[in-house]
Design a binder for this molecule. Structure first.
Ligand code: SF4
Ligand code: SF4
Length: 344
């Protein structure tokens, strides 16, 4: 792997240079408590936050938007891929992505590229650029027990903090091209930087409030399908708002709606994010609902994130903490998982 070092005073120049590769998005503070990835213009470069906790909206939205037209139709034919935006738009350059969110994108890829190829998602992903950044956990994080606190793939560049700058790992051909074109910004990585990286990792690992490995959670959940306490007690507090799924970096559920025009001949088919926490999610023709109660919907999310997964990872949960942090009912997903694991 190729390594270079970016000194802190060069960050602004680096961000400005990234605008040559597409539309730059980076985390900025949007309220007292929240950060979000927003489009960065020259004037906004100083607003980019390098040490944020988590973003309100997850990175997947840049490749799988909240709402998009899939195709238009008329009474005579269906114009597939009529929505050209995914194919013709500028690449997204996403700066400041945490390791857990990069794993989240790899999980999205496993479903939207490897399993059921989606041309829109794939087009955006293939031209997109991901620039990761190191972070320290807060009390909501548990990416370590989900094996998502460190990544060595899934990014073009990854910035790891050292005392006076960032050691950049180059993870792709696109990453090499960016570094080649901006080589005047970098200095060589020293032994001190290498020691700083190790010290950062040690500090980080000590900050997590849980340890070990939660891979076996899948079996624990399956064997506790009728958990005597958790499902009823916690689902009673749930408002069914869907925040936990909308903010999750790996949720993939969507609804498809047709909107015919008043001419009676034409219309569009639109894809919109959905949430398994909504009552209508399990409702099918004829009025049957596969998950008619709040308890069944609540339980479904825990099972989906931890037990219904295939390949890539043992969980569809990367431990980012968003579903707890943004839950208006104060439901603590991490704490509930600890309780299901018997307090460990
Ligand atoms: S965010 Fe909280 S209240 Fe809203 S659906 Fe999820 S668990 Fe329920
Ligand atoms: S389930 Fe919660 S902690 Fe896990 S990835 Fe989704 S939002 Fe993050």
């Amino acid at each position: 792997m190729r390594y270079v070092k970016l000194k802190k005073e060069k960050i602004k120049e680096f961000l400005l240079a990234l605008q040559d590769y597409g539309e730059l998005y980076a985390p900025i503070k949007v309220s007292e408590k929240y950060f979000d990835f927003r489009k960065i213009t020259n004037e906004q470069v100083d607003e980019v936050v390098l040490d944020y906790n988590r973003t309100l909206r997850p990175p997947r939205r840049f490749f799988f938007p909240e709402k998009e037209v899939l195709f238009t139709f008329n009474s005579k034919k269906v114009e597939m891929y009529e929505n050209k935006e995914a194919f013709t738009s500028e690449p997204v350059v996403l700066f400041g992505v945490h390791a857990c969110d990069i794993v989240g994108l790899r999980i999205m890829d496993s479903r939207f590229i490897d399993d059921q190829p989606d041309p829109y998602y794939r087009a955006r992903r293939e031209k997109g650029i991901i620039i990761g950044i190191s972070c320290l956990p807060d009390e909501y994080c548990f990416c370590n027990v989900r094996r998502a606190e460190f990544v060595d793939s899934g990014f073009d560049l990854f910035l790891s903090e050292v005392e006076d700058g960032y050691v950049i790992r180059v993870g792709s051909v696109k990453g090499h091209k960016i570094i080649d074109a901006t080589e005047n910004l970098y200095v060589e990585v020293t032994k001190k930087d290498s020691d700083d990286l190790t010290a950062f990792d040690v500090k980080k690992s000590k900050m997590f409030t849980v340890s070990g490995n939660w891979d076996s959670l899948r079996y624990t959940l399956e064997l506790n399908d009728e958990h005597p306490v958790i499902w009823m007690r916690e689902s009673e507090k749930c408002l069914g708002c869907g925040n936990c799924t909308i903010t999750c970096p790996t949720c993939r559920c969507y609804d498809v709606k047709d909107y015919p025009n008043l001419d009676g001949e034409t219309g569009v088919r639109v894809r919109i994010w959905d949430s398994c926490q909504f009552r209508e999610h399990g409702l099918v023709a004829g009025g049957h609902n596969f998950r008619p109660t709040k308890e069944s919907r609540f339980k479904n999310r825990y099972m989906c994130k931890n037990a219904y997964c295939k390949e890539v990872t043992t969980a569809y949960c990367v431990g980012c903490g968003r579903c707890t942090y943004f839950c208006p009912a104060g439901i603590n997903y991490k704490q509930n998982l600890i309780e299901i694991r018997g307090g460990i």
